[in-house]
Design a protein around this ligand. Structure first.
Ligand code: SDX
Length: 429
């Protein structure tokens, strides 16, 4: 490929280098554009702008392809475990037996949070949204481990911070649920694996034995794998942006949790269930809901539909949709919301509004049905997305720091007032 592109500005010719990725994606390197031409580019929402070159996750939106470090998501969901995928994303390759044991035991040993952090829960309102608790508790972890603030990274300290984050975030999440229910917190059990331990902390009671259902453990493992990374999405870009100032990994991850919380991003999974419940409670008028989503005068959107990258189908949605059928059948339960979701998908995908705009179910459309099947409350859905996405955020932060990327500081085009003089108060009308 010719490694340059020609640009003609005000009758002056410039050459800019071209970049080609492993899968043939092409980009114009504009890093020297302003220096060479005095011009910058403008791309609100970064719809055509690449922020970095990354080796972590590959998406092909036209063909519904998602690979973590080259491995297809379908194979990882079928054969791997969440902690194995976390290692893959963060360290670049699938771990061997010894590496997986070290990584897993390192996480198991860090599941307790400092007893002083328990007191924070006394301060939150009883109905505090668990995403607000998670973001603030992760940020607070930086005060208990100040060594992570150092700008110069020490690999051993980074590794222990990574294990602390993955281990303690699950405990923080489960305890925020227990507190919201007015129930006693349940301490982690080192004899249990990551998913079983989380379910035990969520649903066990001091008054009775709690047996973890292997079907539920597997379903949770698959959900966490499917959410583990998604290249430069809004929250991952937030983690990179915050981390690029050399703020600690705790601070960067806390920023990522906040970005994910938005209803256009990870918050959509909670909104999907609330939308499906609204359809059910209002007599299942799906056509009315679809018409509202198409109505430009309404700010209502069909939550769980559409994606900035996937313009065909979201491979994760396909896997989760099938898992919903399998898990509900294995558990011997039914969920009327799943029937409504399937009918809504069918109606929408036969409507030119959605087909013309290439709006298909995304990862959030069916995930809430599966979380419900597991017994998780709606308010915890975006927290589950955060626990799943945590290894991806960490991997993105680590790649950015390992590559010594500069602090992120975008330019802008100023469209405000021209220079004017200060008017004393008495002269202002
Ligand atoms: C996630 O980036 C990632 O990778 C994210 C994620 C990850 O793993 O990190 O995949 C997770 O965030 C999934 C998305 C979850 N959000 C939702 O389900 C919320 C509903 N979806 C939309 O808000 C929207 O589709 C986005 C935010 C997902 C994508 O928005 P874009 O790419 O900016 O597209 P757009 O808003 O410019 O929409 C293009 C057109 C518009 O109509 P026109 O102006 O062309 O007439 O499609 C319409 C939009 O109004 N549209 C929708 C719609 N989504 C887009 N109309 C109705 N319902 C919708 N859901």
């Amino acid at each position: 490929m010719n490694n340059n592109v020609k640009l003609n500005i005000e009758n002056k010719a410039y050459e800019l280098p071209l970049i080609e990725g492993t899968e043939g994606e092409k980009a114009i390197d504009i890093s020297q554009l302003r220096t060479k031409t005095g011009y910058i580019t403008s791309d609100t929402g970064y719809k055509s702008t690449g922020s970095t070159q990354s080796a972590i996750t590959f998406l092909d939106g036209e063909n519904g392809i998602l690979r973590y470090r080259g491995y297809p998501i379908e194979q990882l969901a079928e054969n791997s475990t969440f902690l194995e995928v976390a290692y893959l994303l963060i360290y670049g390759d699938l771990p061997n037996k010894e590496q997986l044991e070290t990584f897993t035991s390192g996480i198991t040993r860090h599941t307790l949070i400092h007893e002083d952090m328990k007191k924070f829960y006394e301060g939150y309102p009883s109905k505090a949204h668990p995403m607000g608790v998670l973001a603030s508790m992760i940020s607070a972890m930086s005060t208990f481990y100040p060594e992570a603030q150092k700008s110069q990274l020490n690999p051993e300290e980074v590794d222990v911070t990574i294990r602390r984050l993955i281990a303690k975030s699950a405990t923080i999440a489960a305890w925020s649920y227990k507190k919201s229910q007015g129930l006693p917190i349940i301490y982690p059990q080192n004899r249990l694996g990551y998913c079983a331990n989380f379910l035990h902390m969520m649903f066990a009671l001091p008054t009775e034995e709690y047996e973890v259902n292997p079907t539920v453990v597997k379903a949770l493992d698959v959900l966490l794998i499917l959410h583990a990374d998604h290249e430069q999405n809004c929250s991952a870009s937030t983690v990179r942006m915050a981390g690029s100032s050399h703020a600690s990994l705790y601070a960067a991850i806390s920023a990522g949790v906040c970005a994910l919380w938005g209803p256009l991003h990870g918050g959509a999974n909670q909104q999907v269930i609330e939308m499906l419940e609204q359809i059910r409670n209002e007599g299942s008028d799906i056509q009315k809901m679809v018409a509202k989503a198409k109505d430009k005068n309404s700010d209502f959107r069909l939550m769980g539909f559409g994606h900035r990258v996937y313009k065909n189908f979201d491979p994760r949605a396909k896997i989760i949709k099938k898992a919903c059928d399998d898990v509900l059948e294995e558990l011997g339960t039914r969920d009327p919301l799943l029937d409504i979701a399937k009918e809504l998908e069918e109606v929408a995908l036969s409507d030119s509004y959605f087909v013309d705009r290439k709006l298909y179910p995304n990862v959030d459309f069916y995930s809430g049905i599966l979380y419900r099947a597991i017994g998780l409350p709606t308010e915890m859905f975006t927290v589950m997305f955060s626990l799943g996405r945590l290894p991806g955020w960490i991997a993105q932060w680590k790649e950015m720091r390992d590559n010594n990327e500069p602090i992120s500081r975008p330019r802008q085009i100023y469209v405000g007032r021209k220079e004017r003089d200060y008017e004393p108060l008495e002269k202002r009308n």
